[in-house]
Ligand binder design. Structure first.
Ligand code: ADP
Ligand code: MG
Ligand code: MG
Length: 874
């Protein structure tokens, strides 16, 4: 098979074969974009290379030589030609973009002779030797494994000797000597010389790029981003263009829209008189792209024009690398730009409005992680706090953590449960595990397109970059504000950063709730038009209900009434009710609880006016409302008289109620059956609340949900009791128009298996997937999560924690069986889930797939659930 493609031979849809970069270069070439010519070796060749145990086989090498010959022919320059040498870059390019994770070598083709030739033909010795020393350093690192800091140290020493502050101030002789010193360095540390044979350079470089697919940082990046390990990298060989030839040259990176806000128009950075990675590496802090319009207006206009063309072709915001050689613009890479959460929504909405994409596509493109970030918090600006410094708002969201100054510490502390902010002068791909572990990232150097910024945005991590007011001393583990007497921040000190504004504050700051933007609302409206699943909320209080409704809840899918009894003033009444030894005493306590419960329900019904409110009757075992035995005993010792008698009664009850396995004990409907007066009180409170609300003009849609049913007769009995109450307390008209519907939770496997009979008594099913998961696995969540479950997942005995992601194979099957059986008995039976899975993407997809009517989740997950439900439907 063909394994080398000239740019002219490739196509945009050949990403699998040519990698993202190769396919992009081919597509740009086809579109007439000014791209230096070159060719790409396929990912397949990379896989062959790995399979052959790291041998670049002759036929492939011959193919490469052939493509090189064509390249030489076209440009009239030859690799290794002493008079006018062709120089190339050898670039990595995986199928899925992995910015900076693999290796690239620039200026290949220089040796002692061609460097001389380049100097002669360009008349610029300084330039020639700048290129040469760069090649030796890159080649030394990438191919021969010499550490980068060794080269840097030599460079610093050279600068010091020359009395130079910046690279720019070094002379041709400085670079020449550095090139020599670098060669000696390579020989010393790699045990072999930097190759003077340019074909050997090329061959070794191609092999090294192949190998870079498997370097540790690339592997970490892939595992974090779940990129399949088998595909390999393509290798692009491309004629060099030079941004380091003088003041009318430069290099940079632009986005076609602002990657933080999404605002249309070029956004990015460049450096005059610089080459390649200078911008990304954060060596010098670059200038904003707008100033290119002043420095080189023609190139800026061209860049803008091609940016638009590429955006049009790809239907999305692009991230473009460019180089300007003597005023002429060349594009070197284009790819879909990574963006922050806010920008992602803004861009998607704008593209729909500009007619470039359909609203389905906009919804499909929403990344749920982004949404989460957007719904994350920022620093509360009203809280008075001295800003320590302000950097670039590189990735939005606020983060609080302890300052750490290296990736390993970040990882270790975070594993120990300490939130950390990773503080670095700049990050490199080797820091990736630290970035991953940190709550947020702070760098003192580098721009919006620096490594730290790009990676943080991709991960949805808050980041403040290029905060030059800060002096970060990674070795001494401290950071200080330049030129200020203010106390330095040391390792372990608290820091708050806001990647949305760029603020850095010492200490821990209060955070503000997220703002729901117009774009988010628009995307949510589109999602609502596209989804089939309804999204309800798990809410126990009117405040929660109102918040849920604002976030788009279509009802309350689960109100856990036990939460209403844990307030201190109610708990005592509840305890009195539980301890009551006579019917009268119990009735008296219940009579006290009833109006409280009624008020709760009224609040909920009012908040959800017109939407269903599902009230689950008391579920936990009664002893959960009682103080612990030891506490009781202690109180008893100190008490006397009536109080003592009361405590004694409580203790007796507590002993009587104790269970060996409370999770499997007298709870849920079992409680309702053993203590009918409790459920009766709750049903009465709901009927009275419904009547009172209806009186006030509220559109009441109340539902009662019976928990933990395992046998149809249980539900039959309890339903009859609820209906009797309704008969008694619900006004006739209301009973006709808005009857209180009675349904059940399916959370015991037996209920799922006998769903057909249960459905005869149920107006709806709500799968309580937390309990259903516990009971299906026969494992208690509280005991499992802290202990063996994590180990199970680590050892791949389970693919994931089933309490987070619904287990489709087991629990899901029960849900499927029960839904089908229930609907067979009662066509149109409403069914949904109300466990924590209701707010989890994969579980939502599953619910959609099996045709449930709704998911119910905690209020703040609702926007996410709305989008996920729409994506499931697309
Ligand atoms: P990465 O995938 O890490 O971005 P690239 O292959 O894109 O690596 O190259 C790194 C840098 O070198 C980029 O700034 C790129 O624009 C520059 N570069 C690559 N090839 C050339 C070339 N032929 N001429 C000039 N600059 C180049
Ligand atoms: Mg690149
Ligand atoms: Mg339950």
């Amino acid at each position: 098979a063909k394994r080398v493609y000239a740019f002219e031979e490739g196509r945009a849809d050949m990403k699998e074969l040519l990698g993202g970069k190769g396919a992009g270069l081919a597509a740009m070439t086809a579109a007439g974009v000014p791209v230096p010519p070159g060719f790409t070796v396929t990912t397949e060749a990379c896989r062959d290379y790995a399979l052959s145990g790291g041998m670049l086989e002759e036929p492939l090498w011959a193919e490469i030589r052939e493509a090189l010959a064509v390249l030489e022919e076209r440009g009239g320059q030859r690799l290794g030609d002493r008079a006018d040498p062709l120089l190339v870059s050898v670039r990595s390019g995986a199928v899925v973009s992995m910015p900076g994770m693999m290796d690239t070598i620039l200026n290949l083709g220089l040796n002692d002779e061609t460097a001389e030739g380049l100097a002669a033909i360009t008349g610029d010795e300084r330039f020639a030797y700048d290129c040469y020393r760069r090649l030796i350093a890159m080649f030394g690192q990438v191919v021969l494994g010499v550490e980068g800091w060794r080269f840097e140290r030599l460079l610093e020493a050279r600068k010091e000797a020359a009395g130079a502050e910046t690279d720019q101030q070094l002379s041709a002789d400085d670079w020449r000597e550095l090139a020599l010193a670098y060669q000696q360095l390579v020989l010393r540390h790699a045990g072999r010389p930097f190759p003077q044979d340019v074909l050997e350079q090329l061959r070794l470089a191609v092999e090294a790029v192949f190998r870079s697919w498997d370097n540790p940082r690339a592997r970490v990046y892939r595992s974090v981003n779940r990129i399949d390990g088998a595909s390999g990298t393509a290798v692009t060989v491309q004629r060099m263009v030079f941004g380091n030839k003088g003041a009318d040259c430069g290099t940079g990176v632009v986005f076609t829209r602002d990657p933080s806000t999404g605002e249309p128009g070029l956004y990015g950075e460049f450096l005059l008189n610089a080459q390649g990675e200078d911008v990304v590496a954060g060596v010098r802090t670059p200038q904003p792209i707008a100033s290119l319009a002043e420095a080189l207006p023609h190139a800026h206009a061209e860049l803008d024009r091609w940016g638009r063309t590429l955006e049009e072709r790809y239907g999305d915001m692009q991230d473009i690398e460019f180089t300007i050689e003597r005023g002429r613009l060349f594009l070197l890479q284009t790819r879909t730009g990574k963006r922050g959460a806010q920008a992602a929504l803004r861009i998607a909405v704008d593209l729909v409005r500009e007619g470039r994409i359909a609203r389905e596509e906009a919804v499909r493109r929403v990344e749920l992680a982004h949404l989460e970030q957007l719904l994350h918090r920022g620093i509360d600006e009203s809280a008075a706090a001295e800003t320590l410094a302000k950097g670039l708002p590189a990735s939005p969201g606020a983060a609080i953590g302890r300052a750490v100054f290296d990736a390993d510490t970040a990882e270790r502390w975070s594993r120990d449960g300490q939130p950390v902010i990773l503080v670095r002068p700049e990050t490199t791909p080797d820091d990736i595990h630290g970035v991953l572990a940190a709550e947020g990232i702070l760098t003192s150097r580098g721009g919006m397109t620096s490594h730290a910024a790009v990676v943080a945005r991709g991960m949805g991590k808050p980041a403040v970059c290029g905060c030059e007011a800060l002096e970060v001393d990674a070795e001494a583990k401290r950071l200080a504000v330049r030129g200020s007497g203010a106390e330095a921040i040391a390792e372990g000190d608290w820091l708050t950063i806001d990647g949305g504004t760029g603020r850095v504050i010492a200490g821990r700051m209060p955070l503000r709730e997220p703002a729901v933007t117009e774009e988010l609302l628009q995307v949510l409206r589109w999602a609502d038009e596209l989804r089939l699943l309804e999204v309800h909320a798990n809410a126990d209080t009117p405040e929660d209900a109102r918040a849920a409704r604002r976030l788009g809840a279509q009802g309350i899918g689960l109100c856990r009434t036990e939460h209403m009894f844990f307030a201190p003033e109610r708990l005592v009444v509840m305890q009195r009710m539980i301890a009551a030894e006579t019917d009268e005493a119990r009735e008296a306590a219940l009579a006290e609880l009833r109006p409280m419960q009624q008020a709760d329900f009224e609040g909920l019904l009012e908040a959800m006016d017109g939407l269903p409110v599902t009230i689950r009757l008391l579920d936990p075992p009664l002893h959960e409302f009682l103080p612990g035995r030891e506490e009781l005993q202690r109180k008893l010792e100190a008490a006397a008289g009536a109080e003592r008698a009361e405590l004694e009664a409580l203790l007796r009850r507590s002993d009587a109620l104790r269970e060996a396995n409370p999770m499997l004990g007298q709870r849920g409907c079992r409680l309702g059956i053993m203590h009918p007066e409790i459920y009766r009180m709750q049903a009465e409170a709901l009927c009275l609340a419904a009547a009172a609300c209806a009186e006030r003009g509220v559109d009441v849609r109340a539902e009662i949900m019976i928990p933990l049913v395992g046998e149809a007769a249980e539900l039959g009995l309890l339903r009859a009791e609820v209906e009797a109450v309704a008969e008694r307390l619900l006004p006739e008209a209301l009973r006709r128009e808005r009857p209180i519907r009675v349904g059940t939770m399916i959370e015991v496997p037996r209920a799922a298996l006998t769903a057909r009979r249960i459905a005869e008594h149920a107006d709806f099913f709500s799968f309580g997937t937390n309990d259903l998961t516990q009971m299906t696995y026969g494992c208690s969540r509280d005991d499992a999560e802290g202990k063996f479950l994590a180990r199970y997942v680590e050892r791949k005995l389970l693919p994931f924690n089933p309490f987070q992601v619904l287990d489709e194979e087991g629990v899901g099957q029960l849900i499927r069986i029960a839904t089908e059986a229930g609907r067979a008995a009662r066509p149109g039976l409403k069914a949904g889930i109300c466990g924590e899975h209701g707010g989890e993407r994969d579980s939502i997809f599953f619910c959609h797939e099996i045709g449930l009517d709704y998911v119910s989740c905690s209020p703040y997950r609702i926007p996410m659930a709305r989008i996920a439900a729409a994506q499931a439907a697309l």
